[in-house]
Design a protein around this ligand. Structure first.
Ligand code: PEP
Ligand code: MN
Length: 247
């Protein structure tokens, strides 16, 4: 399973241009953030409600399934009405009140929840966070390894591929990998994605932008159109070696 799209919805135009690229690549899932949990309060915070409407329109126009992050328990109903899959970001993995509310709502709407690993969380803490959702009645949780904090500063985070075989041993939940946030560098996305597939990941979520230099958020780690085409070709080969099909 490949989930691709920009870090943030910046405008209707930008989102539609990138959605077209994603649709043409033959995959099913489109990601884009409407509510952005930024480190600095002085940077772009997302188009919020307007962004949700753009995502709902992308889904209608292209027939793509959409994934977006929920940052605030008060917005769960509204976000859930506009997208297919609800993402919980690394900064909210241990926000147990949010996990309980999302678990409760999605036990009724049957929407999958993509749960990113907290960047300072152990695998055990992450699996227990997932159980807040499954024990609320929604078994459809997708785990996402997105890099952890270490002393290493050459990359934005350290992508912990060890987590894949560990999770496979301890859990039946699918696990996908985010090499965009995990490395912070677009030129590392293809090699780390191939490595993730080789060690058993069930999917990749990555950032794609048709004009990465102009991106309002995470341009340095976003693949452009040509790089995304190369990514798809290499991932299809890698998945083939593992006896898997790319969706
Ligand atoms: C994102 O997917 O855009 C994002 C903010 O991810 P994370 O929570 O892993 O930083
Ligand atoms: Mn991002």
């Amino acid at each position: 399973m490949i989930i691709a799209g920009p870090c943030a919805i910046e405008s209707r135009d930008q989102t539609f241009r990138i959605a077209k690229l994603v649709k043409e690549s033959g995959i099913t899932y489109f990601r884009a953030g409407a509510y952005k949990p930024r480190t600095s309060p002085y940077t772009f915070q997302g188009l919020e409600r307007e962004g949700l409407e753009v995502l709902a329109d992308v889904s209608k126009e292209f027939g793509l399934k959409t994934v977006t992050e929920i940052t605030d328990a008060d917005l769960i109903d509204e976000v859930a009405r506009h997208v297919d899959v609800l993402q919980i970001g690394t900064r909210n993995m241990a926000n147990y009140a949010l996990l309980k509310k999302i678990g409760d709502l999605t036990s009724r709407t049957h929407q999958p929840v993509l749960l990113k690993r907290g960047f300072s969380s152990t695998i055990e803490e992450w699996l227990l966070a997932a159980e807040y959702i499954t024990s609320a009645g929604n078994p459809s949780v997708i785990l996402c390894e997105r890099g952890i904090r270490t002393f290493e500063s050459a990359t934005r985070f350290t992508l912990d591929l060890n987590a894949i075989p560990v999770v496979k041993k301890l859990s039946n939940l699918p696990i996908i990998v985010d090499p965009s946030h995990g490395t912070g560098h677009s030129d590392m996305v293809i090699p780390m994605s191939k490595a993730a597939v080789a060690c058993g990941a069930d999917g990749i979520i990555l950032e794609v932008h048709d004009r990465p230099k102009e991106a309002l958020c995470d341009g340095k780690q976003s693949l452009d159109a040509d790089e995304f085409a190369e990514f798809m070709s290499q991932i299809r080969k890698m998945a083939g070696l593992e006896g898997k099909k790319v969706v």
